[in-house]
Design a protein around this ligand. Structure first.
Ligand SMILES: *Cc1c(COP(=O)(O)O)cnc(C)c1O
Length: 387
C-alpha cells in the first residue's frame, strides 16, 4: 500500500459523488461569509445563536489570553488545570442544573471518553442507529457488546435491555439528532434506564443553548428533575455550536464526574484546553442565559422556513430545531441543488452517506438567530427556482 494506491480509492469516491471538499472561508463565522472573494449567504454553521463572532466573546477571549497566556502547558491532571477551568465547570453544571461537570477539549473527545469510561468488555451499550459518529466510535472503542436499535424505537430498545445479561448497561443517544433535527424522548429513555438499571448518556450538542428555559438544554426542555437524572445519567453538552466557542462538557453526579476524571482517557491523556477558551465560554453562558430574544427570533425563522416549504415537492424533515434537513434522495441530486444555490450566492451543505443513510442525501439547512427573515425568504426563493 502506498500513496499511489490511495489515488484509485479517491477516484472511486469521486465517481460515486462522495468526494468531499473544504471551502476556504475568508471572513468570520456568520450568515454572510466570503468564499473565493465572493459573499455567500450561509445556512451551513451550527452557530445557532450567532455568538461565534460576538464582540463580547472576542473581548473575553482576548482578556483570557492576557490573563492566562495561550497554552495550558500540560494535561489537566498534571499541571494544566487553571482557575478559569474550575470556574467554567461550576458554571456549566449550574447552567444545566446538575451537581458537577468536567470540561473536555471537544465533543468528539467527550463522547469517546464518557462511553469508554462507563462501558467495557463484559458490558453492553445500546445506541440509536442515527447517533453521531463520535458516539459510534466511542461504542466501538469501548469493547462492550453492541446493540444498535432502530432510530427512536424504544420497544426494540426495551426488549434488548430486558434480554441483556451484561454486568453493566449503557444507553446512549443524541438528545437532538444532528442530521435530522428531531429529539430523543429523554423522559422515556430515562424511565427505561431506571426500569432496567442502565446508565443513560445524552449528547445535547444541538440542544445546549437552544432548547429549554434560558437555553439550559434538553433536560430543561423536557422538565426532567435534575436530581433524578443525576442518579444514572451523564449529560454531554458541546460548546462549539450554540455557545459559539469550542469544547464540551459532561455533567452528572459528583461521583460520576470524579469517575470520568479518573477514567476518561480522552480527558486524562490530552493537554488542557487553553484557559482563554474557558474564559470566552463562561462569557458565552451569560449571553445564552440572557438570550431569550435570540431564541424567540430563531423560532420565528424556523416557522417561516417551514411555512414557506409547505406543499412543495421537496420535503423538510419534521424538525422543530434550527436543523432543517431538506431530503433530496440521491447524492447527485443533493450536489446539483447545493451547486445551484452556490451559483445564486447561497450556501447550504449537501450531506451524503456515510454521514446519513444511503438514498437520504440532503441539504442540511441550519438557521441562526443572526439570520433575518429576508435571508430565509431568499433561500425559499432560490429553492423554488431549483425545484
Ligand atoms: C458536533 C457534534 C459532536 C462533536 O462535537 P465537537 O465539539 O464538534 O467535537 C458530538 N455529538 C453531536 C451530536 C454533534 O453534532
Amino acid at each position: 500500500m502506498s500513496a499511489a494506491d490511495l489515488q484509485s480509492e479517491l477516484d472511486t469516491l469521486r465517481e460515486q459523488a462522495l468526494l468531499r471538499t473544504r471551502r476556504v472561508v475568508q471572513s468570520v463565522c456568520g450568515p454572510r461569509v466570503m468564499v473565493g472573494g465572493r459573499e455567500l449567504l450561509a445556512f451551513a454553521s451550527n452557530d445557532y445563536l450567532g455568538l461565534a463572532a460576538d464582540p463580547a466573546l472576542i473581548a473575553a477571549a482576548c482578556a483570557g489570553a492576557q490573563r492566562w497566556g495561550v497554552g495550558a502547558g500540560a494535561a489537566h491532571l498534571v499541571s494544566g488545570h487553571y482557575s478559569a477551568h474550575e470556574s467554567l465547570e461550576a458554571r456549566l453544571a449550574s447552567h444545566v442544573g446538575l451537581p458537577a461537570a468536567l470540561y473536555f477539549p471537544t465533543g468528539y473527545m467527550a463522547n469517546i471518553g464518557v462511553i469508554t469510561a462507563l462501558a467495557g468488555a463484559g458490558d453492553a451499550v445500546f445506541s440509536d442507529a442515527l447517533n453521531h459518529a463520535s458516539i459510534i466510535d466511542g461504542v466501538r472503542l469501548s469493547g462492550a457488546e453492541r446493540h444498535i436499535y432502530p432510530h427512536l424505537d424504544l420497544a426494540v430498545l426495551e426488549a434488548a435491555l430486558a434480554a441483556s445479561r451484561a454486568r453493566r448497561k449503557l444507553v446512549v443517544s443524541d438528545a437532538v439528532f444532528s442530521m435530522d433535527g428531531d429529539l430523543a424522548p429523554l423522559p422515556e429513555l430515562l424511565a427505561l434506564c431506571e426500569r432496567h438499571n442502565a446508565w443513560l448518556a445524552a449528547d445535547d450538542a444541538h440542544g445546549f443553548g437552544v432548547l429549554g428555559t434560558q437555553g439550559r438544554g434538553s433536560l430543561s426542555h423536557w422538565n426532567i428533575d435534575p436530581s433524578r437524572a443525576a442518579q444514572r445519567m451523564v449529560y454531554i453538552g458541546t460548546l462549539g455550536k450554540a455557545a459559539g466557542v469550542s469544547g464540551a462538557f459532561a455533567a452528572g453526579a459528583p461521583q460520576t464526574i470524579e469517575w470520568l476524571l479518573q477514567r476518561a482517557r480522552t480527558y486524562v491523556f490530552t493537554t488542557g484546553t487553553p484557559a482563554l477558551l474557558a474564559v470566552a465560554t463562561e462569557a458565552s453562558i451569560g449571553l445564552i442565559e440572557a438570550g431569550d430574544e435570540r431564541r424567540a427570533h430563531l423560532r420565528k425563522l424556523i416557522a417561516r422556513l417551514r411555512g414557506g416549504m409547505q406543499g412543495r415537492r421537496w420535503k423538510l424533515l419534521d424538525s422543530q430545531t434550527p436543523i432543517q434537513p431538506l431530503i433530496l434522495g440521491e447524492n447527485q441530486e443533493a450536489l446539483r441543488v447545493a451547486a445551484g444555490l452556490l451559483e445564486m450566492g447561497l450556501w447550504a451543505p449537501a450531506i451524503r452517506p456515510p454521514t446519513v443513510p444511503a438514498g437520504t442525501a440532503r441539504l442540511r439547512i441550519t438557521l441562526s438567530a443572526a439570520h433575518s427573515e429576508a435571508d430565509v425568504d431568499r433561500l425559499l426563493g432560490a429553492l423554488r427556482e431549483l425545484e
